[in-house]
Design a protein. Structure first.
Length: 119
C-alpha cells in the first residue's frame, strides 16, 4: 500500500516539475503546450491506446522539443506547423510506436531468458 501511495506521489512530483518547466517557456510556447496537452487528453491517441498517457514521457518529450526550439529562437508555429491538430496526432502516433517498440523489446527479452532456462 505504501509503495502504491509513494509511486503516486512520485508521479505527482514529476508532473509538477514538468509543469514548472512549461511555466518557464516563452508565452507562446506555454500557450501552445497547454492547448496541445488538452487536445491530447480530450481526443486521445490514434488507435485509442491510452497507455501512452500512463507516464509523462510523451509530454516531457514535448517540453524538451519546445525548450530547444525556443532556445534556437524558433517560433512555435515553425515547430508545430499551421495544422497543430495534425502535429498532435503525429506526436501521439510516434509516442505509441515507441511504446509498442519498448513493449516488443521487453517481451522478447523476457521470453528469451525463460526459453533459454527451460532447455
Amino acid at each position: 500500500m505504501i509503495k502504491l501511495l509513494k509511486g503516486d506521489m512520485e508521479d505527482k512530483r514529476a508532473y509538477k516539475q514538468m509543469m514548472k518547466r512549461v511555466d518557464a517557456l516563452p508565452k507562446d510556447y506555454r500557450f501552445a503546450f497547454r492547448k496541445i496537452q488538452h487536445y491530447m487528453f480530450s481526443v486521445g491517441p490514434p488507435g485509442g491506446d491510452m497507455t501512452i498517457f500512463t507516464d509523462l514521457t510523451m509530454f516531457t518529450d514535448l517540453v524538451d522539443l519546445f525548450e530547444a526550439s525556443a532556445a534556437e529562437g524558433r517560433q512555435v508555429l515553425d515547430v508545430t506547423g499551421s495544422d497543430v491538430g495534425k502535429f498532435c496526432d503525429e506526436f501521439m502516433r510516434a509516442a505509441a510506436t515507441n511504446t509498442e517498440t519498448l513493449r516488443e523489446k521487453l517481451n522478447k527479452e523476457v521470453m528469451g531468458k525463460f526459453n533459454k532456462e527451460e532447455r
